[in-house]
Design a protein around this ligand. Structure first.
Ligand code: B12
Length: 284
């Protein structure tokens, strides 16, 4: 044992469980571990944290043996974050599956599990703790999770209207738009997602070519792309003067900022965009 670092077998012995049980704790993200030279390594502090959480959980389990609200409130986003940072795609999916089995709704998976995990990864990159490659890989895994549960967001019946979503030229953050699309589908909107780094002329083309288009949602997460957003807003209005242009994303502060960039409306989330669209539909 290197100072403070245990092998998985040593961690299992410490916890008095079988090796495979300790291995399952790692894959489900309930005990932090990393792999070096193909060998799992567990910080002693991670074993202590796991033990404290397990004891706290045991103390709050009800007579049914099922934890109910506790299971639902488990630190799913931290568990997912640890699997995403480790680049563990199957483990990340297991955490999402476990959270859904514990009662988390589809939009809760996006807003209370995946989003906080990605935001924390961003803060750790900003703090110099994580290399930017981890962000790329985590997004890749997250997009596959969206690929698996995304279809469940579709709502049967007549759509409330056609929406186009995209990020202007130079903007590479794909997950916010992909998630936004599903959150709007959950509310009955028909969504076309044109992805990231969409050249302004292409955006104008699809807006002109999409029949009965009600609104366009443009996402910018990184402030360096605000000029490109302004160009996209102007091109959207030329392509279809009746379309509602909604701006959002971390780099857009509020309605005044969105309007200063040439958008008609601002929304910070899927729920807020649903509200903006519902109001707009009443006026057209
Ligand atoms: C993954 C990631 C990347 C990946 C993206 C990979 C990919 N293919 O998508 C890569 C590595 C490419 C990347 C690059 C960069 N990134 Co980056 N990235 C992130 C990170 C960690 C996660 C993004 C994410 O998925 N967020 C989670 C989702 C769900 O975001 P969300 O805000 O909750 O989205 C919701 C709402 O905002 C809203 N919403 C979003 N858009 C819209 C649009 C509309 C119309 C509406 C209504 C709502 C809406 O709905 C969404 C869904 O619920 C964020 C951290 C963060 N806090 O988000 C940093 C972050 C966004 N990146 C940042 C930066 C600075 C960069 C770089 C400039 C770094 C660099 N020097 O290279 C480049 C710029 C790239 C570019 N030109 O766009 C900063 C932005 C700071 C700022 N405001 O300018 C952040 C905040 C990191 C940080 N903490 O500093 N990044």
């Amino acid at each position: 044992m290197i100072d403070g670092v245990l092998t998985l077998q040593e961690a299992a012995d410490e916890l008095g469980v079988h090796y495979m049980t300790a291995y399952r704790y790692v894959r489900l993200g309930v005990m932090e571990a990393s792999k070096s030279g193909g060998v799992w390594q567990v910080q002693r502090s991670a074993v202590e944290r796991f033990r404290e959480e397990a004891e706290a959980a045991a103390a709050t389990t009800g007579p049914s043996g099922k934890g109910g609200a506790r299971n639902r409130r488990a630190p799913w986003s931290r568990r997912l974050e640890s699997r995403l940072v480790a680049g563990d795609a199957p483990g990340s999916w297991s955490v999402v599956e476990a959270a859904m089995a514990a009662g988390s709704e589809l939009d809760e998976i996006y807003l209370d599990v995946l989003t906080p995990a990605m935001v924390s990864i961003g803060s750790r990159w900003e703090a110099g703790e994580l290399d930017i490659s981890i962000e790329h890989r985590a997004t890749g895994i997250a997009m596959r999770i969206l690929g698996r549960i995304g279809p469940r967001f579709g709502r049967r019946g007549r759509s409330r209207g056609v929406i186009a979503l995209g990020a202007p030229a130079g903007e590479f953050h794909a997950l916010p738009i992909a998630m936004l699309g599903d959150l709007l589908r959950l509310r009955g909107w028909e969504v076309s997602d044109f992805g990231v780094d969409v050249p302004t002329e292409s955006l104008a083309h699809v807006i002109g070519q999409t029949p009965d288009l009600l609104a366009v949602g443009l996402s910018v997460m990184s402030s360096e792309n605000l000029e490109s957003l302004a160009e996209a807003c102007a091109a959207a209005h030329v392509a279809d003067p009746d379309v509602l242009v909604v701006a959002g994303g971390l780099a857009v502060a509020d309605l005044d900022h969105a309007r200063a960039l040439g958008a008609d409306a601002y929304a910070a989330s899927g729920a807020e965009m649903d509200e903006v669209l519902t109001q707009f539909v009443r006026t057209v």
